[in-house]
Design a binder for this molecule. Structure first.
Ligand code: ZN
Length: 259
């Protein structure tokens, strides 16, 4: 544990000296809020449905009822979920001026609910939905709540066609605008926190390389090894929700001690 304390202090030191720090978060930050890593083959909750197949653009087009059947328990979990200490620590770092942006692969909106202001949701969220026919966009929560209750897929109030939640499905491109904003954030940062992401899903997995190639130093906290472990300035194979509040507290304590 002494070793972990040293790493937390190192991470806090990097953040204190940062000109612009950015966080990239993955499923690992939300598991403590009860949201499973639905892309992980190790998580049995979604078996027998294969998310790679069910949460795909093709399935949505040809068998939307299968997609909605799969997304229903996930939508219910997201509605009930509360931000945890990890989400809160990032919101605090931002409020203290220690973090400019959170880029997240998660669709659960928990960063926003924790109070983070600048959040780039590169896989979208369930907050809005778009009609497959007339392309109009609608608030997603109300229709989703009805859907969670009665299982009726959400329909467009204008034309009655299916509403597709604005989340990026397998086989779909990540929206260009949000991806561009994420790229420019990582290029401009000098410290990148990678938190609870195994860096296996593109294009998010490539963002840290852009940061590193532009001279940023990387703090990487994830249970499992990633392909970029060797390039981390501070590497912790640890629970992000246990470590992150300690990093935020260390940044804050040191700040207080000097003011
Ligand atoms: Zn419509």
């Amino acid at each position: 544990m002494a070793e972990l304390s040293g790493l937390i202090e190192q991470a806090a030191g990097l953040l204190r000296g940062a000109r612009a720090a950015v966080a990239l978060t993955g499923a690992g930050i939300s598991t403590a809020s009860g949201i499973p890593d639905f892309r992980s083959p190790h998580d049995g909750l979604w078996v027998p449905a294969d998310p790679m197949q069910v949460a795909s653009q093709l399935t949505f087009r040809y068998a939307p009822e299968r997609f909605f059947e799969w997304v229903r328990p996930l939508a219910a979990l997201i509605q009930r979920a509360r931000p945890n200490a990890g989400h809160q620590a990032l919101a605090e770092l931002e409020a203290d001026g220690r973090l400019t942006t959170v880029i997240t692969q998660n669709i659960d909106e928990l960063h926003g609910r924790a109070g983070s202001q600048k959040v780039l949701e590169i896989h979208g969220s369930l907050a809005t939905a778009t009609c497959v026919m007339c392309q109009s966009t609608w608030p997603g929560h109300l229709s989703l709540q009805r859907f969670v209750e009665d299982g009726q897929p959400p329909r467009c109030p204008a034309c009655g066609s299916l509403l597709k939640p604005n989340v990026t499905l397998m086989g779909e491109q990540v929206p260009a605008g949000v991806m561009q904003a994420a790229r420019s954030a990582v290029r401009l940062c000098d410290v990148l926190l990678v938190l609870g992401s195994s860096l296996e899903v593109m294009p998010a997995a490539a963002l840290p390389v852009e940061a590193l190639n532009h001279g940023a130093r990387m703090i990487l906290v994830n249970f499992e090894p990633t392909y970029l472990d060797a390039r981390a300035a501070v590497l912790m194979h640890a629970d992000v929700n246990a470590v992150l509040p300690r990093i935020a507290a260390a940044v804050r304590n040191e700040t207080n001690a000097h003011t």
